[in-house]
Design a protein around this ligand. Structure first.
Ligand code: ADP
Ligand code: MG
Length: 233
């Protein structure tokens, strides 16, 4: 599903440049649940943003579902992003003046789905994350865990091949984190490929494979016995 080879990325800062990714190689098969671990500043988000086509590497290759991702114009990149990828962020990134339902329906709007069908589908995804009753509420009327559930429903609405989650539990308390991880495990059980960036070992242990990032390189890539999130609650 994902294949990257010798990926490099530097940030330019005035006359200096910060070499963040120094030759990353890895691949992810369909249906995997992988965590990318590493301390703060190790380049996790940089890597995830490149995988999410929100940013581009300086060199190296990236193939997503057989398609080489390189020098795409923004229109095609946006189409690929919509078609292949769903995003979940630490800070939820919901639109504050739109209801939970309208937030979930938004990706469908960009896909050109008609309003009635958008609402039906968005409602089904809200049901899936257990929030049907909250459909009409604004984000600031929801708890952190509920907001992240809405964000997950929104990420699923476009039926992406890969879900990319950057510290999805970073803003949540422990119990709520495990509930969100239970949801993520359930979505992976259905066969969806998911990458989770986290600096928390407990969260990484709830995935099936841990990729450790340090000083711009992968220092460890290990399959683990998945801990079921709800066994912790
Ligand atoms: P992580 O997600 O693992 O905490 P990041 O990928 O966000 O790490 O950042 C890796 C390094 O790159 C950090 O030193 C950070 O300060 C730097 N960095 C991240 N984004 C930018 C940017 N847009 N411009 C300059 N430096 C950046
Ligand atoms: Mg980060």
């Amino acid at each position: 599903m994902i294949e990257i080879q010798d990926l490099h990325k530097s940030y330019k800062m005035g006359h200096n440049s910060l070499h963040v990714l120094k030759g990353i190689n890895f691949s992810v098969k369909e249906g995997e649940l992988v965590s990318i671990m590493g301390s703060s500043g190790s380049g996790k988000s940089t890597l995830l943003n490149i995988l999410g086509m929100l940013d581009e590497a300086d060199s190296g290759s990236y193939t997503l579902d057989g398609l080489p991702i390189k020098n795409l114009n923004e229109k095609i990149a946006a189409r690929y992003r919509n078609k292949f990828l769903g995003f979940i962020f630490q800070s939820f990134n919901l639109i504050s003046y739109k209801s939970a339902l309208d937030n979930v329906a938004l990706p469908l709007y960009y896909q050109g789905v008609k309003r009635a069908e958008r609402i039906d589908k968005a409602m089904a995804y809200l049901e899936k994350v257990g929030l049907a009753k909250w459909a009409g509420h604004l984000p600031n009327e929801l708890s952190g865990g509920q907001k992240q559930r809405v964000a997950i429903a929104r990420a699923l609405a476009s039926d992406p091949k890969v879900l990319l989650a950057d510290e999805p539990t970073g803003a949540l308390d422990t119990k709520t984190s495990y509930e969100v991880m239970d949801l993520i495990q359930g979505i992976n059980d259905e066969g969806r490929t998911i990458l989770v960036v986290t600096h928390e070992p407990d969260i990484a242990n709830m995935t099936k494979r841990i990729v450790n990032l340090k000083d711009g390189l992968i220092i460890d890539d290990t399959k683990v016995e998945q801990v079921r999130a709800l066994s912790n609650v």
